[in-house]
Design a protein around this ligand. Structure first.
Ligand code: PLP
Length: 386
């Protein structure tokens, strides 16, 4: 008899790894209504509160009136609606890159890009903490994979040396990492990684999902360090600090044209609504405006307060504050106790993080009020007595 899905679910429950969807009856924001009760939300990636920004909502509504709610088909089939091209031109300029391609999600970008550029005979070298979408793309590509311990430059160097000896004359070696890691909130040592990939003639794919909108002037870590032109493949999402959905890949014109021809998640998927591209363009303008700068300053103020107040939370430049608990069971238990106190902070467990590093992933937003941050600090300080 084939295995019973109920048995599989029971195993997950026994291991404290079972997940359930939680219905929310209010719009996404810093205060949520769940089962008719209010909660302060410290779990979203809406770091600047743009998902409910009145100006962006107005732009989106106008664009919906003009462009409609759907795009009709894949961009190669039905023609490309102008807003997608305008967004891509804007992204390419912003990221100091020759060209850009947008996708409907970050997951589709990672899988579609990596599988289009790498295959049998190529070598991909990934940081151990890379996001699942990068890992899935790498596995699906059929390339040879090497993983280095998180941010370990010596191991990256030795993998690159090994790859240089093994690769065929026209093979590609691609290093894949993130600028701000999604579950730990720390940075990669980008200067050193760029030097290493150049020394060994490899390409670099940098995923800026959690840096876009946050680091430096809001453009990302590569821009902040003046390294954008040296990064072959700059990826990022419109779904975190931009508060919307979708993602991009910036690269040379030839690479982008190759993706248009080969990237299966781009080719075989309906284009996002054009209105989303119009609103994303407006969100980018907002990011780099004075208002965007003020939102980042407010966010960094909140981050500083929480990381100074709670010993176990590392000093951070990012709104992702991990509170590592250890076992899945203990993480679930703490999350449930905070929930009783009106805080929504989910337990992040295996396989999202290593088995013994289950944690609460606290995320802050410029949309949080000082009072909401006060409440977080007060409850976290007393977390052992809840
Ligand atoms: C969220 C995320 C993605 C996926 O983006 P979606 O738009 O949510 O599909 C990819 N990479 C990283 C590092 C992420 O954090």
């Amino acid at each position: 008899m084939p295995r019973d899905p109920e048995d599989e679910l029971q195993t997950l429950r026994n291991d404290h790894l079972h997940r359930q969807l939680r219905p929310i009856d209010s719009p996404q924001g810093t205060e949520l209504i769940i089962a008719e009760q209010p909660f302060i939300n410290f779990s979203s990636n809406d770091y600047l509160g743009l998902s409910s920004h009145p100006g962006l909502i107005a732009v989106y509504k106008d664009a919906l009136d003009h462009w409609g709610v759907g795009s009709g088909a894949s961009r190669l089939v039905c023609g490309t609606l102008r807003p997608h091209l305008e967004l891509e031109e804007h992204l390419a300029r912003l990221k100091n890159s020759a060209a850009a391609l947008t996708f409907s999600t970050g997951y589709a970008t990672a899988v579609g890009t990596i599988t289009a550029l790498a295959g049998k005979g190529d070598i991909l070298i990934l940081d151990k903490l890379c996001h699942a979408s990068l890992i899935d793309g790498a596995r699906l590509s059929g390339a040879t994979l090497r993983i280095y311990p998180h941010n370990d430059l010596d191991r990256l160097d030795s993998h690159l040396q090994w790859a240089g000896k093994k690769i065929s004359r026209d093979g590609r070696i691609i290093v894949i990492t993130e600028s701000v890691f999604s579950m730990d909130g720390d940075h990669c040592p980008l200067n050193e990684i760029v030097s290493l990939k150049e020394k060994h003639g490899a390409l670099l794919l940098l995923d800026e999902a959690h840096a876009f909108g946050i680091i430096g002037k809001g453009i990302g870590l590569a821009d902040d360090l003046g390294l954008a032109e040296q990064i072959d493949l700059q990826m990022g999402t419109l779904s975190k600090a931009l508060g919307m959905s979708g993602a991009y890949l910036c690269a040379s014109r030839a690479i982008v044209d190759l993706l248009i021809n080969r990237s299966r998640s781009f080719i075989y998927s309906t284009a996002p609504p054009a209105a989303t591209a119009v609103a994303a363009l407006a969100a980018i303008d907002l990011l780099i405006s004075t208002e965007g700068q003020q939102l980042r300053e407010k966010l960094h103020h909140h981050i500083g307060r929480v990381s100074r107040a709670i010993d176990q939370i590392p000093e951070s430049q990012s709104p992702i504050l991990p509170l590592i608990v250890g076992s899945s069971e203990n993480a679930l238990d703490l999350s449930a106790r905070l929930y009783q106190k009106g805080l929504l902070i989910p337990a992040i467990r295996y396989p999202t993080v290593p088995r013994d590093q289950a944690r609460l992933r606290i995320t802050l937003s410029a949309a949080h009020s000082s009072n909401q941050v006060d409440r977080l600090i007060e409850i976290l300080k007393n977390r052992n007595h809840l």
